[in-house]
Write a protein that binds this ligand. Sequence first.
Ligand code: MSP
Length: 462
Amino acid sequence: MNKYYATTPIYYVNDVPHIGHTYTTIAADVITRFYKQIGYDARLLTGADEHGAKIEEAAKKHNLKPQQYVDQISSEFKQIWDKLNINYSRFIRTTDEDHIKIVQGFLQKMYENDAIDQNPRLYKGLYCVGHEKFMSPEELTDGVCSEHKTKPIEYAEENYYFKLSKFQDQLETLISSDEINVRPIARKNEVLGKIKQGLEDISISRASLEWGIPLPFDNKHTVYVWIDALINYYTYGKEKGIWPADLHLVGKDILWFHSIIWPAMLLSINEETPKQVFAHGFFTINGQKMSKTIGNVIKPEELITKYGVDGTRYVLLSAFPFGEDGDFSWEYLDRSFNADLANGLGNLIARIAKLAEKVNFKVTETTEIFDPLVSQKLKELKFSEALTFIWQDIAALDKKINEVQPWKLETAELTEFLSESSIKIRSIALSLKPFLPETAEKILTQFSGEVKSGPSLFPRIR
Ligand code: MSP
């Protein structure tokens, strides 16, 4: 059996889940469900990134021990993914015991392979806790982080270094040949451009931070949170014998970590690199950056209350091409829900079911097919385009009903019309399954055996 191993980023638990996390996670779930449906042993890994200065600070603010704090918040993430029907194979936490062991083994190997300096170097730099990284002068305005508006911490401490620069040529070859398939193509070119400017060695340990995994070869240091976090993919993949990952799905802000640092770490221990790294875009809310300060952060619960689980999955993925930046507004999402789900899909199913019920129509043939066009688009991670194809089929069937006017037909002709239509409906449901798992299942059940009309699938929003 072919395997397909996809991952989402593991989310920092210093924050509550929002629409940004939701977007990535739903996309990853859709692609994994799709591969499962076409016969792969498909796995999805998601989880929680629980170490680092940011978490240590947040815990202190809440008067909690870091462990208590992360236990609390990571369970919020897990709950919301369960609610959204995310079929993850494991919810990994970087405080899980097996992960900690694997991280230490990984770093030990890097050290033995001379990918990490034998001794720490004195490092001076400006560290932004909000970013969990050292900042370059361009990222600061008047000495303050341009994004977080906070003054970075002046660091001067001994850090162990990963010799990233050693891997420059190898990375360039792997990425330009698509052996590591960095997508969309514009992002691949961006990454290649940056490699050409030269790679510098990076600090991978902290001497002053307690809340982290101790370095195996020097336990006065903890592992830098990003290095610890990236290894999560390997922890699960290695344990299950499914390494390398087929897809790391990430937002564009963390592409560098996934397409450069992570593959280099793997090369340094002679492991295989991931097959694809896909970076999706960032979205704004009503044209504004989403931020706690502006107060426009949308939580997944709000979407579920309004659109239901499948409705939420649909409105997010259909809104704009995956990989590009986009904008969300409640008006837009409402319109898309009403037009495509309530009127489009919901109405079509209701119309045909009503006609079928009238003549006690029974579905006997179930030779539905997964639309190859949809399948192709999904393999390219073009979610909104895949949905457009499905909605073209929905519109075509709607149009046919209007033309044929089946309510005027004699029983024999009507039965024939219903047979054809129900095959089409079952095919539509099949292609919809990765996106709208519950709805698709409902439709498939409704259109097997005797067809009964049921409650409306998506009641209109006013
Ligand atoms: N913990 C790290 C990832 C470690 S992976 C080894 C992290 N976490 S995060 O919670 O800050 O962000 C997780 C993901 O959410 C990122 O891929 C990021 O791009 C995505 N998004 C956060 N805000 C977003 C938008 N406004 N729009 C789209 N995606 C956004 O980074």
